[in-house]
Design a binder for this molecule. Structure first.
Ligand code: 5GP
Length: 193
């Protein structure tokens, strides 16, 4: 049986990756999202085990000590990590796995899983990014500013990195979704995998 592949979608907060991923997952039954562990509190409507596994700092540290994460990162002062076992289980069963992680995490995955497909989603402009962060309305003004500064730094860093295989400008979600679907389709057709 063909082993599943890893698709790493990285984007800064507010770029629209969650919306895009949800739409894609609904349509593509061979694609499954990896559910990360995080120490940040749930937002309204977020469900434990579906959006994230919401864990305490102690639980997170324990998993980390046991080398249970494929990668982990401290994002905005909270910890986020990709559970290794879950990813391995899916790929063993031939399912492709989508990781929605930040740039630091993608860098780590590149080292351990260089054959993963790295896709970066970027906002059309800095102004649009700020507008989207504000519109979401789930963070305080201070938190929005923090996310905006980190995003600006990451975008700059991305231009210098030879990390990404594909770059998608998320101007209009339906278009970005079609581009993403084409990338996944093409990667699945590669004879070497
Ligand atoms: P949020 O708190 O807005 O859900 O996520 C904040 C950032 O953490 C986003 O850029 C998101 O992609 C990233 N993130 C979510 N899960 C993981 C993970 O498991 N590992 C890493 N490195 N980043 C993650």
């Amino acid at each position: 049986m063909r082993k599943g592949r890893l698709f790493v979608i990285s984007a800064s907060s507010g770029t629209g990756k969650t919306t895009l991923a949800h739409e894609l997952l609904k349509e593509d039954k061979n694609l499954v999202a990896s559910v990360s562990c995080t120490t940040r509190p749930p937002r309204p409507k977020e469900q434990n085990g579906k959006d994230y596994y919401f864990v305490s700092k102690e639980e997170f540290t324990n998993i980390k000590k046991k080398k249970g994460f494929l990668e982990w990162a401290n994002v905005f002062g909270r910890y986020y990590g990709t559970p290794k076992k879950q990813v391995e289980k899916h790929t063993r069963r031939g399912r492709d796995v989508l990781l929605l992680i930040d740039v630091q995490g993608a860098k780590k995955v590149k080292k351990t899983k260089p054959d993963a497909v790295f896709i970066f989603l970027v906002p059309p402009s800095k102004e649009e990014l700020k507008r989207r962060l504000r519109k979401r309305g789930t963070e305080s003004k201070q938190e929005i500013n923090k996310r905006f500064h980190v995003a600006t730094r990451e975008l700059k860093e991305l231009n210098d990195l030879k990390l990404c295989d594909y770059r998608i400008v998320n101007r209009y979600i339906p278009t970005a979704r079609e581009v993403l679907k084409s990338i996944i389709r093409a990667e699945r057709l590669q004879v070497s995998t």
